[in-house]
Unconditional design. Structure first.
Length: 146
């Protein structure tokens, strides 16, 4: 499979995690991009997309996901041919807005008719786990479902 990992980050964790996930996706062709460098109206539906996105501010998207998200909302591209999975990074200390960034992004992808595969993966930075220890088993399950 050809997998395109797209990360949205504020302080670099989602970027490192997307790189780890690409390395961990043995036997697949992988590509990793910052959402800031990707036009959501020009996504290649022949690739499976894995979105890796944190939450910043008070439940907002991190800065490198903002333009991607805003364009999804304004241009509403038809993504009905595109399949994706999504993994969110957050911190449960922010109890009211835990992982709201990845939730907003997921909802917007679905509003553009993209086909979500599996459940949204969730990482809680307050939990003491390393992100890759949660994300890599999640990715393995996800890829088995595509
Ligand atoms: C200023 C600040 C605000 C944050 N706000 C939230 C939030 O509202 N909800 C949440 O779940 N996590 C929040 N987080 C936690 C981050 O999403 C978490 O640390 C994540 O791993 C950061 O990933 P990144 O380095 O890719 O941006 C916040 C972190 C900081 C530093």
């Amino acid at each position: 499979m050809n997998i395109h990992f797209l990360y949205g980050t504020e302080t670099g964790t989602a970027e490192m995690l997307a790189e780890d996930m690409a390395t961990g996706a043995n036997g697949h062709e992988t590509q990793v991009s910052d959402m800031d460098d990707v036009d959501p109206t020009a996504l290649d539906a022949s690739q499976f997309h894995v979105l890796v996105c944190s939450t910043f501010g008070t439940g907002e998207l991190p800065s490198t996901a903002e333009a991607f998200f805003d364009k999804l909302k304004s241009a509403k591209p038809d993504l009905s041919e595109l399949k994706f999975g999504i993994f969110g990074l957050g911190d449960r200390t922010f109890s009211e807005t835990f992982n709201h960034g990845s939730e907003s992004l997921m909802n917007e992808m679905i509003a553009c008719k993209a086909q979500m595969v599996g459940e949204r993966g969730i990482y809680d930075a307050s939990g003491g786990d390393m992100p890759e220890d949660i994300a890599l088993p999640w990715l393995e399950d996800l890829l088995a479902k595509v």
